[in-house]
Design a protein around this ligand. Structure first.
Ligand code: ATP
Length: 551
């Protein structure tokens, strides 16, 4: 459980905060007694004896201020560290889970940013809540020691206060959960809109999209108002109940003074202790923070429910590249049996939606099939060690994401750094070297200042795959944005490369250059044969459309 882990990892600072809060509460509790004693001595004309007590009052006040300041610093540091720890923990899981996440990307961003900060307050607010109980309880005990009749008055009002607190916790929990949920929904819509900015601009109605993104805003506002209502109502109720209790204590203490059972200093102390015993504002504040922190933690816990990918420790035999799929069912794939011979260039073709990308994903373990097995050189992919798997299988995609900081870093991005010479050779093979060298800083150009065309980005993605040669290279529609001449050059470089190539092909020309073609239809393998042989079939030619003349 994330809640328990968070509290455990912050146990040190939490304990320190608890001790500091208790010390501060102790100083606050000692002050009324010292004040009462000073007053009694002054009223009795024993000024010299009153001196040390007055000094004690000053020391206690200064101590409480210093401890409070130190506690604030420790609290801020502990919360920041806790937030960093939570983010690392949840982000680690998100990256381990890969493509199967528990919520949308926008929700993930909202949870890892705002929710993580709120969840990070849990350890310090637990310490704070415990400490916030110390002052009222201590005040009550001190009140009983000063005059137990006055303590009885406070005790009589406590059940009502406990009821107020219970109602507050329930209301605050429900409204903050609703608030965070709606906030996540808006974040999701916003992220989607940022990604689709070009489509929105082309559609020409940004106002309508702004309205759509902000549509949950009234709901968010409603939840926010409900949160403030709950807090306001509880504060107002406490503001009526608690001063009434203090007044009642003062009245009883006054009667006790009149009967000679309590000194004037005792009355002053009883009044101050009644204020401390009923001073539960800090407690309500802490309970509020704790409730919101727990709600945020529950949302992060949800993220952790996405199953993370586990790896074995097996290694591959020394050579090969044979890929086998047996009875693979995954999304659109409905029982794929396929053997891709080691060293072969195999094109996967099929109509849109036939399951080509799904096949590419399970072939290199970007996803685990719902059933069936995928093995490389006879070793099931899940039993391979992570490093072994990623060394053996390379990928290039239709829309590569440029990670790695610079253009050169993007090509080098992978489990192992291939070195500068290999990066440049890979860029040449992917027909990327020429346009990279025209950039202001060449290979050192930051990706953020290198606006790339779709084809240029694809060539960087291909170069990245070439720079990390393994025994299986999977190209998922990775050349679709290249012009035919560039695609031909890249294909020739591919043919000269070693290992098995699984190429999702949309063009007949790509299929024609492959040793074998796997023809998918509605999630099943319809045929496995060389392109020229399949070209005799009208249904196969129809996959590429009449205009494609490579058949
Ligand atoms: N794991 C999955 N679970 C459920 N559905 C899936 C899964 N993976 C893909 N699909 C769905 O299966 C269909 C085919 O997906 P896929 O991307 O594999 O087709 P494709 O042949 O590559 O299509 P295209 O050529 O248009 O890219 C799509 O509707 C997709 O949403």
């Amino acid at each position: 459980m994330l809640l328990r882990e968070t509290v455990r990892q912050s146990a040190g600072p939490g304990t320190l905060i608890l001790l500091l809060s208790c010390a501060s509460a102790g100083a606050g509790l000692a002050l009324p007694a010292a004040l009462g004693r000073s007053l009694d001595l002054v009223l009795a004309g024993r000024q010299s004896e009153a001196g040390p007590w007055i000094t004690l009052c000053v020391v206690l006040t200064v101590l409480a201020v210093l401890i409070g300041a130190y506690e604030s610093a420790v609290t801020a540091t502990a919360t920041a560290r806790s937030a960093a720890w939570i983010r690392r923990r949840v982000l680690g899981h998100v990256l381990d889970a890969g493509t199967q996440q528990a919520c949308s990307e926008g929700e993930l961003v909202a949870r890892l940013t705002g929710n993580a900060v709120q969840a990070a307050t849990v350890p310090v607010s637990i310490a704070g809540t415990l400490a916030a109980v110390v002052t009222p309880v201590g005040g009550l005990v001190a009140l009983a020691l000063t005059d137990w009749w006055t303590a009885l008055v406070v005790l009589a009002g406590m059940p009502l206060f406990a009821l107020l607190l219970k109602v507050f916790v329930r209301g605050s929990g429900a409204s903050s959960a609703g608030y965070l949920h709606t906030q996540g929904e808006i974040a999701g819509r916003l992220l989607e809109a940022v990604r689709g900015a070009r489509t929105i601009a082309a559609a020409g109605h940004p106002e309508r999209d702004a309205e759509r993104i902000l549509a949950p805003l009234p709901e968010l506002s409603g939840q926010g108002h409900r949160m403030w209502e709950v807090l306001g109502r509880s504060t107002a109720q406490a503001a009526i109940l608690l001063p009434l209790l203090q007044l009642a204590v003062l009245a009883v203490a006054g009667l006790r003074v009149a009967h000679g059972d309590l000194s004037v200093g005792g009355l002053l102390a009883a009044w101050r202790y009644a204020a401390l015993a009923t001073g539960t504002g800090a407690l309500v504040g802490m309970v509020n923070t704790l409730t919101r922190g727990r709600t945020a933690t529950a949302r992060l816990q949800d993220v952790l429910t996405a199953p993370s990918v586990t790896y074995g420790s097996s290694e591959l035999p020394s050579a090969g590249g044979e890929l086998t799929l047996r009875g693979v069912v995954h999304g659109p794939l409905r029982g794929i049996d396929l053997t891709v011979p080691g060293g072969a260039v195999v094109a996967v073709v099929g109509r849109s939606g036939s399951g080509k990308s799904a096949l590419a994903a399970v072939a290199g373990r970007l996803a685990d099939p719902e059933s069936g097995t995928v093995a490389l050189d006879g070793v099931p992919l899940p039993s391979l060690a992570r490093a072994e798997l990623r060394r053996a299988v390379g990928y290039a995609f239709a829309r590569p994401v440029l990670l790695g900081g610079t253009v050169g870093g993007t090509i080098a991005y992978g489990a192992e750094d291939p070195g500068e010479a290999a990066v440049r050779a890979a860029a040449r093979a992917a027909c990327a070297d020429d346009f990279i060298r025209t950039m202001p800083e060449g290979y050192a150009t930051p990706c953020a200042s290198a606006p790339l065309s779709g084809g240029e980005a694809q060539r960087l993605g291909l170069a990245r795959a070439f720079a990390h040669p393994g025994r299986l290279l999977i190209l998922d529609d990775a050349t679709s944005s290249l012009d035919s001449a560039t695609e031909l050059k890249v294909s020739q470089a591919l043919l000269h490369g070693s290992g098995t190539h699984l190429i999702i092909a949309l063009r007949a020309s790509t299929a024609a250059r492959a040793d074998l073609v796997v023809w998918l239809e509605e999630g099943r393998v319809r045929a496995v044969a060389p392109h020229q042989r399949l070209c005799r079939l009208a249904a196969y030619r129809a996959v590429f459309g009449e205009a494609d003349a490579s058949c």
